[in-house]
Design a protein around this ligand. Structure first.
Ligand code: MN
Length: 135
């Protein structure tokens, strides 16, 4: 058993991967024992990821607030606590909070053969974000 006491490890989401203030608490990082990574991610109102893909896919479990998940193909969902979202391997997408609410989710993903869990693209523009929010 390995027990990690709560505390002290919240990281800010880096600005090349996120727009707005995002806070990340790691749950586990891929290691020699398992390629699975997981984190609790909190988005402040208006904050969102950049466009990105997961080579092995991703599962999101919403724990708080109201947000969005959107794909490059044009699928958009408003997401709320208890919702489960499966992102297919290679599916380009973003996730974030609504303009007026926080949103938090647990993200679960798997590292590929090179150790990557995500492949990052350009920021989600205000126009793209507000198009999703306008649905
Ligand atoms: Mn994702």
């Amino acid at each position: 058993m390995r027990f990690t006491r709560s505390g002290g490890r919240t990281a800010s989401g880096p600005s090349d991967h996120f727009t707005g203030a995002v806070f990340i608490d790691p749950i586990r990082d891929p290691d020699a024992q398992s390629p699975i990574g997981a984190a609790h991610v909190r988005f402040t109102p208006g904050a969102r990821t950049a466009w990105h893909r997961h080579p092995k896919g991703q599962t999101l479990y919403v724990t708080d607030g109201i947000g969005y998940v959107a794909t490059r193909a044009g699928e958009v969902h408003e997401i709320r606590p208890g919702d489960v979202i499966h992102i297919e391997p290679g599916e380009e997408h973003w996730h974030g909070a609504t303009p007026e609410r926080f949103m938090a989710h647990i993200a679960i993903h798997e590292a590929d053969e090179t150790g990557q869990t995500a492949l990052w693209g350009e920021p989600v523009s205000d126009a793209e974000y507000h198009a999703a929010a306008g649905r």
